[in-house]
Each structure stands twice: as C-alpha cells, then as structure tokens.
Design a protein around this ligand. Structure first.
Ligand SMILES: Cc1cc2nc3c(=O)[nH]c(=O)nc-3n(C[C@H](O)[C@H](O)[C@H](O)COP(=O)(O)O)c2cc1C
Length: 370
C-alpha cells in the first residue's frame, strides 16, 4: 500500500472504488412518500463531487411501513424509483471520476411511525399520521413509544419480498453497492439483539436463531443483487451487560462473509439501554471494526467521529479497517475529500469549473489549510 493508504483503490466485492473514503448513509427526512425531493438533488450532487469514492444513500425503506418517519426515502414504488433515478442522473453528471453510489436498504421495525428528529414532541406519531409497527417481540422502542406487533411468519415473508424488490429497483438505478441495515436499533438489529428479541421460534431464542432473520435477508438480497457489492451495517456492541457484544458481531460478520456478503460496516448502539457500559461509544468504533476484521476476515468499514484526514489515513494504514465512512464531517464540509487529499499530498481531479480553486492554481488553499 502506498504512503497514502486512504487514497488507494478498494475492491468491495466486484466493485472497484477509487479510494477508501465513503460518505456514511445519513437520513435526510426530506422525501415525500418515499420519493426523493429537490433536497436530495442538492445533497447528492454536492456529495458526488466530494472526493469520496463511495457515496452511500441514506437508509431507504423497503416498504411504507418500514419507514422511520413520513420524510424517509423509500424504494417501494415506481414513483419512488423514478424520483431517485432523476436525482442520480443529475448527481452522476457532476460526480468525480470513479465515484460510485451505494444505497442502504432498511426496515425501521418498532422504531418506525416516528416524528422527524427535529419535530417536537418527538417519539411515536399519533392519530391518523401513525401506523402499526412490526418487531420481533411486542416491546416498545422506549417508554412512551407505541408498542409494535410481533411479526408473524407471513409478515416476515413480506419483508423478505420487500427487500428483494427494493434490491431489484436499486440495480435498475445502476447502484453498485447495497448495504443492509442491521444496526442502530432498526428491525434487523431488533432481531439480532437479545434486548429486543424474546421470540422462541426459528427467529429467536439462542444467538444463532437471533441471527437467522438478518442472515435470511442478507441471502435474499445477495441472490437478487447479481454482480454488485452487498454489505451490511452491523452492531459492534449494544453496550449493555445482556446485549450484543463484539463476539456476536464477529460471529455475524463471519456468517455474512460465508454467504457472499462483501463487507461489514461496524457501528454500535441504537437500542436504548439504561446504564451503557461505555462512556463514549464512537471512540470505540475503530477497535470494534478492527476486531471484526481480524476475527471474520471480511472487508471492514469503520465509522464514527472520523473527522481528520490523518486520523482516517491512520485507520487504513494501521489495518483497523479497509474503508472509513464519514458522516457529519461531510455535512459540515462537502469538499472533505478534496481537503483530505490536499493534506495528504494527493492531487484530485477538480471539476473543470472549480479548477481555479485547486492546489497549484490558487495559493489560498495553502493559506486556508494552514
Ligand atoms: C443526520 C444523520 C442521519 C443519519 N442517518 C443514518 C442512516 O440513514 N443510516 C445509518 O446507518 N446511519 C445513519 N446515521 C449515522 C451515520 O451514518 C454515522 O454512523 C454517524 O453519524 C457517525 O459518523 P460521523 O461521526 O462521521 O457522523 C446518521 C447520522 C446523522 C448525523
């Protein structure tokens, strides 16, 4: 690997990315019945030229019922597929060479039927805006939230169909990376975690059965996805005495790899716990990623409070992860990739109309970064 590992190419399964930087999936809550809006056009156009080799589109619901809020993006209708196609068409016109788009497919489970995060009072929707959520067991996400229904066999069949159909739509959109959301307290994490899954059937009970539904969905999407990359966002820890641990994450990653899943992005938390066993979860994420990578051998992405170019480069150089995902730092600075390249002595191809601002053309770059 070169002296700037962050800017070396990466194979995610069959997909070649120009560097190790991914924009983390980030819900925008700006869709209308799953359909991308003008907000998504500006968001994805600006991230397409951010310098990240992979731009992950936000958690995208596989069904209306699988949304978190009424503002969530979806891929469950022709209208939603058409709206995202139009946005991607625009974003691809300005993308830096080699930049690929991925999408995170998700079902919110009991965390759905919620207010957008900036709405008050927050929590579950009520009245005619609300819908009945599904979960492995009838345990509410938090006190005061509406109780979910425990999913029956036919509900689970429908959810698998929904993931299959959404994957087919993503492929029609030319998306090269599909990520299954098995984290942050959403449905597949709810199945994986003993904190939220109290079933005693094929989909719950011991650790293997709690993994069964996430693995079933992973297989379903893998089969539907053909020759593109399929990954999963997984939980490195619930940070609770009786919750998921890094050993559970490594086991899940090993089994995901065995069924042809190309990478794991390791995050944590999402299921409320009263006394978390860690003070600052995100500080632990690179070491969680490292453990998953070491134990399972799967291509691994680290995420969480990665803000600096040297910090990101060190995570790749030290072998903690193969790729980094960066979220809020890209919202703050949609040219984060350009600035990381400058800091690490790499020349990125600037879009021609903006080339006047490139290092070598303009001494202001050095002054600004000093
Ligand atoms: C506005 C916002 C929306 C997010 N939406 C998602 C999402 O759709 N899917 C997901 O897995 N994580 C989501 N996250 C978590 C991020 O992907 C990321 O894991 C987290 O922000 C930590 O990375 P950072 O410190 O680089 O921001 C979101 C975070 C933010 C700030």
């Amino acid at each position: 690997m070169s002296v700037t590992p962050l800017f070396t190419p990466l194979h995610l399964g069959p997909v070649l990315l120009p560097n190790r930087i991914a924009v983390a999936p980030m819900c925008q809550y700006m869709a209308n019945d799953g359909c991308a809006s003008a907000w998504h056009t500006q968001h994805l156009m600006s991230l397409a030229m951010s310098g990240a080799g992979l731009v992950m589109i936000e958690a995208t619901a596989v069904s209306r019922r699988g949304r978190i809020t009424h503002g969530c993006l979806g891929l469950y209708s022709d209208a939603a597929e058409d709206a995202l196609a139009a946005v991607l068409d625009q974003a691809r016109r300005v993308a830096l060479p080699g930049t690929e788009f991925g999408i995170q497919l998700s079902h919110a489970g009991r965390k759905g039927s919620a207010h957008r995060p900036w709405e008050t009072p927050g929590g579950s929707l009520s009245g005619s805006d609300a819908w009945q959520t599904l979960a492995p067991s009838e345990i509410a996400h938090r006190e005061g939230w509406a109780a979910p229904q425990a999913a029956r066999g036919d509900d689970l069949d429908q959810i698998a169909d929904d993931f299959r159909n959404a994957a087919a739509r993503a492929i029609r959109l030319g998306i090269k990376v599909i990520e299954i959301h098995v984290a942050h307290g959403y449905l597949l994490h709810q199945f994986h975690s003993p904190l939220s899954n109290r079933r005693q059937d094929a989909w719950g009970g011991d650790a293997q059965r709690r993994m069964a539904f996430p693995l079933h969905i992973a297989r379903t999407v893998r089969d539907a996805a053909g020759n593109i990359a399929v990954g999963a966002r997984i939980t490195g820890s619930d940070w609770a005495q009786d919750g998921l641990t890094i050993a559970d994450a490594a086991t899940l990653a090993t089994q995901l790899k065995a069924i042809g899943i190309d990478y794991a992005c390791v995050t944590s938390s999402g299921i409320p716990v009263s006394n978390p066993t860690v003070a600052n979860a995100e500080d632990e994420h690179p070491s969680l990623a490292e453990a998953v990578r070491r134990e399972s051998g799967i291509t691994t992405r680290a995420v969480g409070m990665i803000t600096g170019s040297q910090q990101a480069n060190d995570i790749i150089a030290s072998g903690q992860a193969d790729q980094v995902a960066i979220g809020r730092a890209f919202l703050d600075d949609p040219r984060w990739g350009w600035h990381a390249a400058f800091d690490l002595g790499i020349t990125l191809p600037y879009p021609s109309p903006y080339a006047w601002a490139a290092p070598g053309e303009w001494s202001g770059v050095q002054r600004r970064r000093a």
